[in-house]
Design a protein around this ligand. Sequence first.
Ligand SMILES: Cc1cc2nc3c(=O)[nH]c(=O)nc-3n(C[C@H](O)[C@H](O)[C@H](O)COP(=O)(O)O)c2cc1C
Length: 300
Amino acid sequence: MGLDLSVALRRLRLRSPVMPAAGTFGFGEEYAELLDLSDLGALVTKTLTLRPRMGNPQPRLWETPCGLLNSIGLENPGFSAFLEEVWPRLLRLGVPVVVSVYGEGPEEYGEMAGRVPREAAALELNLSCPNVPGRPAALAPEEIRARVGAARAAWPGELWAKIAPEGDYRAAALAAAEAGADAIVATNTFRGLAIDVERRAPVFANVFAGLSGPAIKPLVLRIVYELCGVVGIPVIACGGIASGRDALEFVFAGAHAVQVGTANFFDPWALPRVLQEMRAILEAQGVHRLEEVRGCARKR
Ligand SMILES: Cc1cc2nc3c(=O)[nH]c(=O)nc-3n(C[C@H](O)[C@H](O)[C@H](O)COP(=O)(O)O)c2cc1C
C-alpha cells in the first residue's frame, strides 16, 4: 500500500500537506513551468486587499543569519483586478487555490469574502501583517472575532485565520475558532529590526519588519505545539520550514498541514523537495497514512 499523505480539514481534503505560504510564491502561476504544481496540497495567493497597494518604499528585504526581514507592505493589484485578470488563469492550473485577503476592518473582510469565487479551495484571512504602517500585527481577540465573523457570514467554504506569533496568540486563535474559522494558520512573521550602522538609521522606512526563515522555526514550533492542544480546530503550520524533516516536526507536534515561505527564495524547488523528503522519512518509518502520526510527539 502506498503512503497516503492526504489531509482531511473541516470542509476540504488536501491531496498533500505541503503548500506555499502567502506572499512567497507570487500567485503560483509563475512557478507552473518550473514545478509540477499537482504535487502541492494547494496554492496560496499573495495577500489581496480591496484596493490596489503599491507596497512600502525600498529596501523591502534584508538578510539576517538564518532569516529574512521583509517589509513588502502587501503590494498587490487589488481584489477586483485579481478576480478579473489572475483568477481565470489560476483556475486553469488544476490545483486547489487558497485566496489570501487583508482588510482594514471587518467590513472589508466581509466584502471580499462575499466575492471569493466558489471554486476557491479556501479563504485565508491575513490577520497579522506586520508591515502596514499604523497597524499592530497582533490584533486583540475582539478584533479577530469581528473580522473572522464578517468573513464567515459571507463565505460558506473552508475559512482559515492566519495569526501573528506575538501578543496573546492563544486568545487570538480561540477567538478565530469561536467566530467560525475552520483552521488556524500559525504563524505570520515576528517583528524585527535592522539598523544600518553607516547611516545610523533603521534599514526599513517603517522601522520594524517581519522576520521569517529557519531562524524562527523553533519559536513557531512551540506556538503550534501549544495551539494544537487548545484550539480544537486544525492548525496549519508556517514558520521556517525548509525540509521534510522540518515539516514532520510540525506534523508530529500536531499540525495538519504546513506552509513553506522563505525557503522558496533560496530554493525554488523547496516545495516538491519538502514533500519528497517527508515521504522518504515516513516510508522508512513504515508509516501508511500521515494522519497516523499527527501529534505523535505530544506529551500526553
Ligand atoms: C517576502 C515575504 C512576503 C510575504 N507576504 C505575505 C503576504 O502577502 N501575506 C501573508 O499572510 N504573509 C506573508 N508573508 C509571511 C509568510 O507567508 C509566512 O507567514 C512567514 O514568512 C513565515 O514562514 P517562513 O519562515 O516559511 O517564511 C511574507 C513573507 C515574506 C518573507
